[in-house]
Design a protein around this ligand. Structure first.
Ligand SMILES: Cc1cc2nc3c(=O)[nH]c(=O)nc-3n(C[C@H](O)[C@H](O)[C@H](O)COP(=O)(O)O)c2cc1C
Length: 215
């Protein structure tokens, strides 16, 4: 029987909402249940990067517009929890979550999760998944970084998280890679880390120059 526990997807206010959209589409395409938490700051980056609002009271319609797909049939396989709701299901270890991906992950969220601040539901849910030894994947986006940023990432790594910087490789699509292909590369690596099948990029075959049509 397949595991029907949801993946928690946390979206923070780091630049990179296209990464979040690609991961969400990938999880929905795989048929996996998703619980979504969007931080307050993420609503600003979403507005800046897509021109779209994200409102708790209209989340399904806003998410459908953002992902560019009809979500009417998703039912309880797609849930949303307000970031300010610290009594929400994912705030407890007894809530049957499968794991969590934070994409993109702000330096603030990485610090908060590393230090156990639980300033909102997103940070609390990540901390809960870590303490319960569930799969946690963080996709930080910042450059350059301070020693403090790096120390938080090391602490997260040592607690069991997969730290997966938003750092696309060009070898799948070549130098003419589109922004969409680079986004899909990062999203695909995040799905790989969760163990979720996808076709977001072409896997390395051992053939140099394949992306340019060489053999
Ligand atoms: C347009 C915009 C872009 C931002 N980009 C980044 C970024 O790439 N990385 C980052 O760590 N913070 C970035 N920030 C700052 C975060 O939004 C800010 O630290 C916020 O407190 C993060 O809160 P959250 O972790 O609760 O979402 C950006 C803010 C704005 C408004």
């Amino acid at each position: 029987m397949s595991d029907r526990r949801p993946w928690i997807v946390g979206v923070t206010g780091a630049s990179g909402t296209p990464y979040a959209a690609a991961v969400l589409r990938g999880l929905l395409d795989a048929g996996d249940p998703v619980d979504l938490v969007v931080s307050r700051a993420a609503r600003l980056t979403l507005l800046d990067e897509t021109g779209r609002p994200f409102r708790d009271g209209h989340w399904r319609a806003d998410l459908a517009g953002w992902l560019g797909r009809d979500l009417a049939g998703t039912g309880d396989d797609l849930r949303h929890w307000p970031a300010g709701d610290l009594a929400a299901g994912p705030s407890s270890g007894s809530y049957p979550a499968r794991g969590m991906v934070v994409v993109p992950a702000s330096t603030a969220a990485c610090a908060g999760i590393a230090l156990g601040l639980s300033k909102d539901l997103l940070q609390r849910a990540a901390e809960v998944c870590l303490k319960e030894r569930r799969r946690v994947v963080l996709v930080p986006r910042e450059t350059p970084v301070t020693r403090g940023h790096l120390e938080h990432l090391i602490a997260l790594h040592d607690t069991g998280a997969v730290v997966l910087p938003a750092s696309p490789g060009f070898y799948g699509a070549g130098a003419a890679a589109t922004a969409g292909q680079l986004v899909d590369f990062v999203a695909g690596k995040a799905l790989d880390a969760l163990g979720v099948p996808h076709n977001l990029f072409r896997r390395w075959s051992g053939q140099l120059g394949e992306a340019r049509g060489g053999s």
